[in-house]
Design a protein around this ligand. Structure first.
Ligand SMILES: Cc1cc2nc3c(=O)[nH]c(=O)nc-3n(C[C@H](O)[C@H](O)[C@H](O)COP(=O)(O)OP(=O)(O)OC[C@H]3O[C@@H](n4cnc5c(N)ncnc54)[C@H](O)[C@@H]3O)c2cc1C
Length: 337
């Protein structure tokens, strides 16, 4: 979903750039935000960017830029982790949601990209926000306990786990609300509300919280808040269609109809380029081992999706590093080629 949104944004004239960090908010003498200082994380080169409005959608790092404007910390980083299992070890046909025996939180198992994923946890993230988040031994035990309670015959153990992954939710804490009286007793992580919040600070509009599923509503809220800096009225921004139609006929002698459907869903208009690659070089239609990904998707990612490091390709453009054993070690030679 995120990659598709980025691609559609590029098609509409936007520019998405990775490895470029907003380091410093620039202000004029009246404390009005005038832009940001950006730093290329690869070359260390810096760029001063001027803008009528800066939108700060930095997830769990939203506070870092807001604090430069003298604002208080409001984000409570809550980590969620997952186990990736071979599908044959827990062959669920669809998502199964159930309550954890220990704390009655809803947890789930679902089929995804040829594997089964079990998730998730919800706990305060105390690791440094500069490091990649990762699962703890306690979370592994918690998720295994849930699976083995729900599917007692499966006898899943740590040795079955192919990979794990974690993310940090940018939850806006109840503590940030002035009405909250007792700041010394934080709410249970799962009791924190997941709604998004938009802040308007003299030329910088920040947004955090919410859900991926509500991203369009969140974006609209942000644009309507930013309207006054752009000489526009909030009503100028309205909800529009989700993604443009890609309902044109596409066919290939080398990939079947369900695969084409998958490619269209993931890449929109980019699916045409992938089919073109396959038609030119049929071996690119091969699936990468047991995954649903075909080799042409890797070529497409390298051509158009700003792949810099191998982990961009294996973890964030495709999910091969998660769904194949040992991060996809067995296919790296062919991937490199
Ligand atoms: C474990 C887990 C499970 C979830 N499950 C669901 C679910 O089932 N359904 C659902 O709808 N949502 C779910 N969510 C929530 C969803 O993932 C988040 O709401 C969403 O990712 C938030 O998007 P965001 O763009 O605000 O922040 P993020 O996705 O965190 O993106 C922020 C981006 O800003 C970048 N950034 C940070 N600082 C800077 C800087 N200074 N300069 C430049 N870039 C910067 C970061 O690198 C990052 O790419 C889940 C989240 C987690 C962690």
């Amino acid at each position: 979903l995120v990659l598709r949104v980025l691609e559609e944004g590029n098609r509409d004239g936007g520019v998405a750039i990775n490895y470029l960090r907003a380091e410093q908010v620039s202000k004029d003498e009246n404390d009005r935000v005038t832009g940001v200082l950006l730093k290329d994380q690869l070359s260390a080169e810096q760029f001063e960017l001027q803008a009528n409005v800066v939108i700060n959608a930095a997830g769990v790092w939203t506070d870092e830029l807001r604090q430069q404007l003298g604002e208080n910390k409001v984000i409570r980083p809550l980590r969620g982790s997952h186990l990736v299992l071979p599908q044959w070890r827990l062959p669920v046909a669809y998502s199964v949601s159930f309550f954890h025996p220990k704390d009655k939180r809803p947890v789930f198992a679902f089929p995804w990209e040829g594997v089964t994923v079990v998730g998730t946890t919800d706990l305060d993230h105390k690791q440094s926000s500069r490091d990649e988040s990762s699962i703890s031994a306690g979370e592994v035990a918690y998720l295994l306990a849930a699976v083995n309670q729900q599917f007692p015959n499966s006898l899943i153990s740590e040795s079955d786990v192919i990979a794990t992954y974690s993310g940090v939710r940018p939850v806006v804490s109840k503590h940030s609300s002035k009405q909250e009286a007792d700041l010394s007793k934080p709410a249970k992580p799962s009791d924190e509300k997941r709604e998004h919040v938009v802040w308007d600070n003299r030329g910088m509009v920040s947004v955090a919280g919410g859900k991926l599923t509500t991203y369009r509503l969140i974006a609209l809220d942000v644009l309507q808040t930013a309207a006054r800096y752009l000489n526009r009225k909030p009503e100028d921004f309205k909800s529009s269609t989700h993604f443009p139609e890609t309902d044109h006929v596409m066919a290939s002698a080398h990939i079947n109809a369900p695969q084409i459907r998958r490619l269209k869903g993931r890449y929109g208009f980019g699916a045409e380029r992938i089919v073109e690659l396959v038609d030119r070089k049929p071996e690119l239609a091969d699936k990468v081992l047991t995954s649903d990904t075909i080799f042409a998707e890797l070529v497409y990612a390298c051509e158009t999706q700003l792949v810099v490091h191998l982990d961009d390709l294996m973890l964030r453009r495709t999910r091969l590093g998660l769904v194949l054993p040992k991060g996809g070690e067995a296919v790296l030679t062919r991937v490199k080629a």
